[in-house]
Design a protein around this ligand. Structure first.
Ligand code: AHG
Ligand code: MN
Ligand code: MN
Length: 367
């Protein structure tokens, strides 16, 4: 018979809580609710086609059309299932004032039959949707904030404005990665810790305590098909990486692109690297691809808690004051020295590039 050699997530949370004798336990209950949602999503992802979980979500009961989310993206069946899992496993506990998700246009109000609490939960229920049907790793990303409504008698509905808090105010952030192993990676503001799901016990076990991102790297990740839309500092950085040993950097670089940010963040937490989905001119209505509140902020919090750096290219991402729930942002994160280099390139004056009027000295996109 096997006896546990490692801490479970529950044990980890209880031991963390002992350091705060007045803590109510709400926070721990919240994280365990999130972990349960992630376990249920992990099962659905693992069963794939056997559970009829692949493909697009149908817009109507007759199975016709494809439903579209607030981002204008076609929803996969697993996007919808995962959103439901987050909502159902977390709405009843009494520790949340409200939720917000990539898949819901408006904030989710806690139904009247349940008590309301002092935290807000924000999530991307399934990140990397384009990889679901090809059996490549996907994940869930979450962020916990304090609810401004808690001080006002928790009965009122939450508003969009309640969620518009800088990432530096996150109480906790994390992700689940549904890869060869299912992992939960979590920070409650005291470093970053990785837990691996023991499917027999149904428990996340602490396998990767105190993760640290190395300051230097020779590995970068960017979707190079967007290169014609990049700003000059990004183009310069990537060109120098590609030039390798005989170029400016004097060393060869390796490149990776999974198209699941959660999987790229995990690789970077494990062995370093730098990830860029920078601001570009591809769609003038959107300054970047990734969403600030439920992608950039939680991943930025984890990376910084592990000694790395997360930036828009111009400023630390965690310092941004959000202006909308589904706001997009340029994002660069990973090994500290590389991110600092990219920020330096953005700060240096650039020659005015007439071929690219969007980024010329007096254009809309220059700040
Ligand atoms: P989501 O599936 O939640 O919409 O997010 C996908 C994101 C991110 O995970 C990934 O880094 C990026 O989209 C991939 O974008 P490209 O398809 O442009 O490579
Ligand atoms: Mn995503
Ligand atoms: Mn998603």
């Amino acid at each position: 018979m096997r006896t546990p050699q490692r801490s479970t997530l529950t044990q980890f949370l209880i031991e963390e809580r002992r350091r705060f004798p007045h803590a109510s336990g709400d926070f721990n209950a919240l994280i365990l609710g999130v972990a349960l949602a992630c376990k249920s999503i992990a099962r659905a992802v693992a069963q794939g086609e056997l559970a009829g979980m692949l493909g697009n979500h149908a817009a109507d009961a007759a199975g016709a059309g494809g439903s579209i989310n607030v981002q204008g993206e076609v929803q996969k069946k697993l996007d919808v299932y995962s959103n439901e899992a987050f909502v159902r496993f977390n709405e009843w506990g009494g520790h949340l004032a409200g939720m917000a998700s990539e898949e819901m246009e408006q904030p989710y109000q806690i139904p009247a039959q349940f008590p309301r609490g002092k935290y807000l939960l924000v999530f991307d229920p399934l990140d990397g949707s384009s990889n679901i049907d090809v059996n490549v790793s996907v994940g869930s990303i979450f962020s916990v904030l304090r609810a401004p409504s808690a001080g006002e008698g928790a009965a009122r509905d939450v508003t969009e404005a309640d969620f518009l808090q800088p990432g530096a105010q996150q109480v906790a952030a994390g992700y689940a990665l549904y890869g060869p192993a299912t992992m939960l990676v979590l920070s409650v503001g005291t470093g970053v810790h990785g837990f691996t799901l023991d499917a027999d016990l149904g428990e996340f076990m602490l396998t990767h305590p105190k993760l640290q991102v190395p300051a230097d790297t020779q590995e970068f990740a960017i979707n190079a098909s967007n290169s014609r839309f990049w700003e000059p500092p990004v183009k310069r950085y990537v060109d120098e990486c590609l030039a390798g040993r005989t170029g400016e950097r004097g060393k060869d670089f390796n490149m990776r692109w999974i198209a699941s940010m959660v999987a790229e963040a995990h690789r970077i937490l494990m062995r370093g690297g730098v990830f860029l989905y920078p601001r570009d001119s591809k769609d003038p209505r959107q300054p970047g691809r990734l969403r600030l509140l439920y992608e950039a902020n939680p991943v930025g919090f984890l990376i910084e808690q592990a000694g790395g750096r997360a930036s828009t290219g111009r400023q630390p991402v965690l310092g941004l004051a959000p202006s909308a729930l589904h706001q997009r942002v340029g994002l660069v994160f990973g090994s500290r020295h590389e991110v600092e280099r990219i920020e330096r390139y953005h700060a240096e004056p650039m020659p005015c590039d007439d071929a690219s009027p969007l980024f010329a000295e007096r254009s809309l996109f220059r700040t």
